[in-house]
Write a protein that binds this ligand. Sequence first.
Ligand SMILES: Cc1cc2nc3c(=O)[nH]c(=O)nc-3n(C[C@H](O)[C@H](O)[C@H](O)COP(=O)(O)OP(=O)(O)OC[C@H]3O[C@@H](n4cnc5c(N)ncnc54)[C@H](O)[C@@H]3O)c2cc1C
Ligand SMILES: NC(=O)c1ccc[n+]([C@@H]2O[C@H](COP(=O)([O-])OP(=O)(O)OC[C@H]3O[C@@H](n4cnc5c(N)ncnc54)[C@H](OP(=O)(O)O)[C@@H]3O)[C@@H](O)[C@H]2O)c1
Length: 363
Amino acid sequence: MQKAKLINKKLLSQPDAIKPVWQVSLDITNTDLNYQVGDILFILAPNSDEDVQAILDEFNIAPDTIIKINNLEDKAYQLLKYHFELGKVSFSLLQELANNFNDEYLLSILLNKVEIEKFIHSKNNLDLLHYFNANNLDFLAFLKLLKPLQKRAYSISSCPFCYPDQINLTISQESFYKNGKMHFSHFSNYLKNLNIGDELEVELLSNTGFHLPDSNNDILMIGAGTGIAPYIGFLQEREHKKTPANNWLIFGNRHYEKDFLYQEELENWLESGVLNQLDLAFSRDGNEKVYVQNLIHQHSEKIWKLIQKEGLIFLCGNASKMAKAVDQALVDIIQQYTELDHKQAKKYLLNLRKSKRYMRDVY
Ligand SMILES: Cc1cc2nc3c(=O)[nH]c(=O)nc-3n(C[C@H](O)[C@H](O)[C@H](O)COP(=O)(O)OP(=O)(O)OC[C@H]3O[C@@H](n4cnc5c(N)ncnc54)[C@H](O)[C@@H]3O)c2cc1C
Ligand SMILES: NC(=O)c1ccc[n+]([C@@H]2O[C@H](COP(=O)([O-])OP(=O)(O)OC[C@H]3O[C@@H](n4cnc5c(N)ncnc54)[C@H](OP(=O)(O)O)[C@@H]3O)[C@@H](O)[C@H]2O)c1
């Protein structure tokens, strides 16, 4: 991993948005990161001192005790800070404790996804130890059952031609209530405490399935929420290169007043002609939900023409709900303008994906 310095942290949404969104800018001068628009930046966010100390206290371990585990050897404090997921309940730990303590209730719900998720969300690993009163559990055995600390992925929201020494990201602040108290998710807690000048551990992923080709094809960018992230880089690049093509964005979020991310930039691009069309779906402003797929249906004829003219379609955002609905809307359009049945239309869409004319970056 390499070190990039935080140079700016700017709120893109209103502060009272359900999920406030931040633009995070990193100086990459002292790295050898060579990015392209559409790439992903991984960030390793260490655990908070508070969480680390709470675990050390629980096991009565001095922070500088040297611990050897798997192929790691370091002070207990360092291991907890940089190597293990402390917040999210580890299923292995839960399973082990449920078996060891022969907990009838937990053993009965271990295979019930809904019930177990509910239980897991009500606790962190420390709460779990307290739940079982597992004060005789060995520290090493505990560590072995924790998940390794995961790097978090973020779509790059800048273009290297405009920002050769910088990477911008678009990051939503996630929080949840547990036992009546508001908590920040792991990365959001880290982000909240970051100061300008702090160094972050980063790694670049070349996202070859989501690159903007160096061609003059028209593009349709579809995104919801922070799914707008890569398109800011795409538009910067098309503006920089003066690409003679049409750029169309369909963007969805909750409220116009609070969640219109990059409003100023998008309106400026509309005015200057870099962005030829902007369609917005604010889901919670009217009596009925309006989502990006509703706009896709509304513009079916134009989208079919774009497909016919070798245009490229990009999709970014939530995989489980939005992406499925967008796929379905595109299949509907294919069926509407061809003689294909549902199965054949799905295959047509799959072929668009295989030939990189429909590119998805969804999670
Ligand atoms: C390829 C890719 C690109 C991505 N790009 C972006 C991007 O551009 N911008 C962006 O903002 N995100 C992006 N993400 C998502 C990002 O990687 C993180 O998953 C996200 O920031 C949440 O990480 P976290 O550590 O804050 O949440 P975690 O702590 O890992 O929690 C995950 C989720 O569970 C919830 N949660 C955790 N504990 C509890 C609990 N006890 N009760 C209830 N809920 C709980 C959290 O609120 C959160 O929503 C991307 C993901 C991928 C895979
Ligand atoms: N490169 C990537 O893979 C990448 C990059 C960035 C973000 N992401 C992912 O994208 C998601 C963005 O999260 P977010 O919090 O910014 O936004 P979000 O929770 O996805 O919400 C954004 C908008 O989508 C709407 N929505 C909800 N259900 C929908 C459905 N079935 N179809 C279409 N739209 C729907 C929401 O409406 P309501 O809430 O009013 O229903 C809201 O208006 C996350 O899952 C994130 O991990 C992935």
